[in-house]
Design a protein around this ligand. Sequence first.
Ligand code: SF4
Length: 375
Amino acid sequence: MTGDALGIVLVNLPSPEGWTVNREGFGGLGVMTAGVGGFAYPSQRLAEAAGLLRSHGRDVVGLDFVLGGGRARKAWRRCGEAGGAIVHVSVNNLAADLDAAWEFGARVSGGPFVVTGVGLGAHGDAIAERCPGAIVDAEATGYGAALRVLGEDPHPGAPDDWPDACWETMPLARARRLPIYHGRGCTHACDYCPYVIATGRRHVLRSPERTAREFADQVARHRPKRVVFRDPVFGLDPQGAIDLLARMAELPRRVRAPFEIETRPELLTAELMDGLSSADCAEIKLGVETLESAALVASGRVSDEAGARRYGEAVEAALAGAHARGMRVRPYVMRGLNAATHDGDRDTRERVGRWAEPDVKEVTYPSEGASGVVG
Ligand code: SF4
């Protein structure tokens, strides 16, 4: 083998021909879009692993073939062998990702080869067959994979102690949208959501001080155009979120940046919206899903008719409140939910569309059950 030896390589694999794979999308289960140059988040899982490995004095090299393909190909061509590899695979492109991962694993000389991704727990057989000898990591963050490389307990302890994601290692690309989070996981039980099955319906939460400190440090270091809170549901801990936003609003101008969140209408209280507005929130992604009572009850969003009515009021209040404060809202609605009707879908789109054009997502329920798909 010739070429320079690299340290631990952290790999966001190339997309298949004619597709863009966003392995961080949809809570880390991965999203594929047709066409080259589609939307993909920077590799937060690998940036977290890089942060932890570097804090232990390990050399790391980020190879992002989606957002920095040219540079990654050049570094990999020069490389003789790697001291270890962490490869991020997506359950939505699993067979092809595992075959591609194996090419990186085969160049690891004596070190650990880890495949990592949300929802891999149910895919041990496929991983053993396509990547024999690989260590499997299915934690919700990238820290578990890094700890496996170090041969330590993969459950990384208190979230406040985890090191910052290392964006010197993984590219933010031209869009310069820097991912961050305050809380990971979700405790809700929407029947269309494989993410909570894959992550065990657990919510790991940082303290407001910890998140505000990393926000300021990352902005100072990387000057992002926007910070993207990747919490699947921002504000699950309402008081903590309000405290965090108050801290962000008090940051000096040079470490502030516009940011976006993703949340649920019933969590967007007037107090939370005031906090978001004061802290420079640029956009709220709002998972409305449906306003049809029967579909809300069937999907587990609410428990009865009265809950559905209150949910509808919360949606109106959230859309009106964000509009009044001048914050952009991007609502998401769903077609194909259990018990939904064509008229109900149309009514939801019309009511939401009075405030902002909704993105419409199709939902399908796998016949063998979501747990068979994602672990
Ligand atoms: S609120 Fe529902 S859809 Fe969103 S992450 Fe939680 S369970 Fe999934």
